[in-house]
Design a protein around this ligand. Sequence first.
Ligand code: ZN
Ligand code: ZN
Length: 100
Amino acid sequence: MIHATRLGDVGGRAPVRTAAPGRVCHHAGCATRLSVYNPRLFCAVHSRDTEEPPPPGRNRCPKCGAVLEWTPANFHRDPKGSPQKLHRICKGCRNAHNHN
Ligand SMILES: [Zn+2]
Ligand SMILES: [Zn+2]
């Protein structure tokens, strides 16, 4: 009998499961304590670019950390930006910064 059922959680980690206390961010040289409610291996600062990639079809904005559907509705077009030909930084962040 196989009990390898996955948590059918799309786009999120296992909910309401606390981690071991006293964990520290895995980023080299970072000593930030992780909350028991933070299931990640990295602190808020480092989780943005070291975390596992978002699910297919979605992109994590490196500025605000939001995981959005990787469509022209959420990201500006950029032929060199990514395989999707979309910018990696979300429209909201880009609009806040430069006006194109
Ligand atoms: Zn860290
Ligand atoms: Zn953003």
